[in-house]
Write a protein that binds this ligand. Structure first.
Ligand SMILES: [Zn+2]
Length: 121
């Protein structure tokens, strides 16, 4: 059993009016990523940010917003809760910080991702 619950609708694939829920996004240090969300690349260990999503389906929609340069994983097999990990190479750490800043309201959109990708150091 788990005590982790979705604060909005427990276990349901809830979505905001636009974009997707992307809760508590923070930089987590070096971890396995699909690539850099700015310049692409291959699966490797990189700096990353991670956020909670409503469920695996919602996480897959978020990964699609990143054009696949992110990955979704479940942290607890007893819970629908999932997380999305977004990587950035050493040249694009400022962009990762911008992504964290832009998603402070726990919602991610394609527009916010584009803004973070264009963030200047
Ligand atoms: Zn990069």
């Amino acid at each position: 059993m788990t005590t982790r619950t979705n604060p909005r609708r427990d276990g349901r694939d809830a979505r905001p009016k636009s974009g997707e829920y992307f809760r508590g996004c923070r930089v987590v240090g070096i971890t396995l990523t699909r690539g850099c969300f700015v310049c692409g690349g291959y699966a490797n260990f990189r700096s990353a940010a991670r956020a909670r999503v409503t469920c695996v389906n919602a996480g897959e929609r978020v990964v699609a917003l990143f054009d696949g340069a992110a990955r979704v994983s479940r942290n607890d097999p007893d819970s629908e809760a999932a997380q999305v990990t977004v990587g950035a190479c050493d040249k694009h750490l400022k962009n990762l910080a911008a992504l964290v800043r832009l998603t402070k309201n726990d919602i991610i959109t394609a527009r916010k991702i584009r803004r973070a990708q264009k963030a200047k150091p």
